[in-house]
Write a protein that binds this ligand. Structure first.
Ligand code: PEP
Ligand code: MG
Length: 537
């Protein structure tokens, strides 16, 4: 048994096998063999299985991102089926009496060098593909899964970018454990949204040697137990059962109003990343969607979603919510959220760079097509638009100009939309909080993004586990900005909500309500717990 200690960032227990994700090139041991015939059979089986994987990746890519983008998987298939490539691997096995994994790794380098030395730049690029396809074959030989959507169990990684997590099949994942990350990183937020335990900041103690081992994840304390003894497994199984029973208590609050003891109504909304979260929103009796992180539609794919694709998603969310409020936050790309096809450059300080509204004002075609999609969907339900990372009044004015231009384009084309659509901004920079009296005149609502507001107020990188402990003890500066924003919003007659992770911290609920916050938006699984708390205040 081995114990590792990190930071619990999403509560709960999980028992399962560790599955290391995204280990770039598998580590190979050069093993000698005697039976070359059965080694070649093993190789052929792995080739066939890799071809099947590439077929299913091709089909998945066609449906998600289109034929052109999917074509890469056909190129990989051709490389894998190539006679010269296969004959070379087999000859290494038979002449050097080595295992297939090692023979493939030799072929990988030889063929990659061959492509790299060609004159044609297109052919030079193929070096990367032959490396990819060889690594896939090696992973197959090692019995490791290589399609992210087929990964299951306790997903381990150095860190998980939102673009990676989006490709996982969430129903198969029982926990996340990472070497890096912190409580406000998007992996932690995603884990809480999925209601699965997560532990981050495990550092180098989380080695890929643990791949395939059984482990217990304790998301409360941040402890990982590898190769746990049987008695501990039984104890944790009982804890998991107890947890389920106590969550049944919260379900009694379904259908009950979210009001304090003195009758103040609080709008209890949910944060979502896409259509797949709606089921949980409805099951947990959420009263609306306070934050739809629309950038998740843009992640985990190789091309820009079209206006029509986006429209279908927004329309479907609005329809499924049956008239309840759906606040769509416009594209908040940048910092840790990146898509390979978007015009993003490498930045020294990406969290303070061209992200969110700055990216959109810089790339107005992308922004306008999203706004058109949201506007078109607005007649199918109760949609509001929210702009992220605002720092000034002039940014709101520039943003609204593009919104009005999208509206007049639709009017000219005779396409219907709600021309009285509610618009708001996120308060997630100290500048926005400090100017909230002025900004309140420009919008219909404020939603406080405490994750970024904390990061920018305390100068604590939300991705960096080394400084994450500074947050708790220094929260008062952030709370002061929240009070100020709520006060200025109320004075101007607009509503103010909180959609960052602080909204689900029950020790702050009373503070929010006393400050005059009208709406709290949390991950769907936290809705009923928060309703119980509000009804007790
Ligand atoms: C926030 O910053 O609090 C927020 C809700 O936005 P995100 O976590 O997506 O940056
Ligand atoms: Mg934010």
């Amino acid at each position: 048994m081995t114990e590792l200690f990190g930071k619990g960032v999403s509560n709960g227990y999980a028992i399962g096998k560790i599955c290391f994700m995204g280990a770039s090139s598998p580590k190979i041991k050069k093993k000698t063999i005697r039976d070359t015939k059965s080694e070649i059979v093993r190789l052929e089986m792995a080739v066939n299985s890799s071809l099947d994987s590439l077929d299913s990746l091709y089909r998945e890519a066609v449906s998600k991102v289109g034929q052109t983008e999917a074509e890469i998987f056909n190129i990989h298939k051709m490389m894998l089926e190539d006679d010269d490539y296969q004959t070379f691997i087999k000859s290494i096995i038979t002449t050097e009496l080595v295992c297939a994994e090692y023979a493939v790794s030799v072929a990988k380098e030889k063929f990659a060098d061959m492509f790299s030395s060609m004159e044609d730049t297109y052919m030079q690029e193929r070096a990367k593909d032959v490396r990819d396809v060889s690594d896939r074959l090696i992973r197959k030989l090692m019995g490791k899964e290589d399609n992210p959507s087929l990964l299951s169990g306790i997903i381990a990684a150095e860190d998980l970018a939102p673009s990676q997590t989006i490709t996982l099949d969430k129903s198969k994942v029982s926990a996340f454990i990472t070497q890096k990350g912190s409580s406000n990183s998007h992996t932690a937020i995603l884990a809480r949204g999925m209601n699965i335990p997560a532990v981050c900041a495990l550092g180098d103690s989380l080695s890929d040697d643990f791949d395939g081992k059984t482990a217990i994840v304790d998301g409360f304390s941040g402890k990982i137990t590898i190769d746990p003894p049987k008695e501990l497994i039984l104890k944790i199984q009982q804890e998991i059962k107890n947890e389920k029973e106590s969550s049944a208590i919260f379900r009694k609050l379904i259908g009950k109003p979210t009001v304090t003891t003195d009758g103040t109504k609080i709008n209890l909304f949910s944060n979502i990343g896409g259509l797949s979260d709606i089921e949980s929103v409805i099951n947990n009796d959420s009263e609306g969607i306070g934050l739809f992180r629309s950038e998740f539609i843009f992640l985990g794919r190789n091309s820009l979603p079209t206006e029509d694709e986006q429209f279908e998603i927004y329309r479907s969310v609005a329809e499924k919510m049956k008239g309840k409020k759906v606040i769509i936050r416009t594209l908040d790309i940048g910092a840790d959220k990146n898509a390979p096809y978007l015009p993003q450059s490498i930045e020294e300080n990406p969290a303070m760079g061209l992200r969110a509204i700055r990216f959109c004002l810089f790339n107005q075609d992308i922004f306008k097509s999203q706004l058109r999609a949201i506007l078109r969907a607005s007649i199918y339900g109760n949609i509001s638009i929210m702009f992220p990372m605002i720092i000034s009044k002039s940014e709101i004015i520039s943003t609204k100009k593009i919104l009005f231009s999208a509206m007049s384009e639709l009017s000219n084309d005779g396409i219907p939309y709600n021309n009285d659509i509610e618009t708001g901004i996120m308060i997630e920079t100290p500048a926005a909080a400090l100017l909230s009296d002025i900004l309140a005149d420009e919008v219909d609502f404020f939603s406080i993004g405490t994750n970024d507001l904390t990061q920018y107020t305390l100068a604590v990188d939300r991705q960096n586990s080394a400084v994450s402990d500074l947050i708790g003890e220094n929260q008062s500066a952030v709370l002061k900005l929240i009070s100020m924003t709520a006060f200025n919003g109320r004075k101007a007659g607009i509503w103010v909500g909180v959609c960052g992770e602080m909204a689900s911290d029950l020790s702050l609920t009373e503070f929010f309500i006393k400050s005059g916050i009208n709406e709290l938006s949390v991950s769907p699984h936290n809705t009923l717990r928060l309703r119980k708390k509000i009804r007790e205040i």
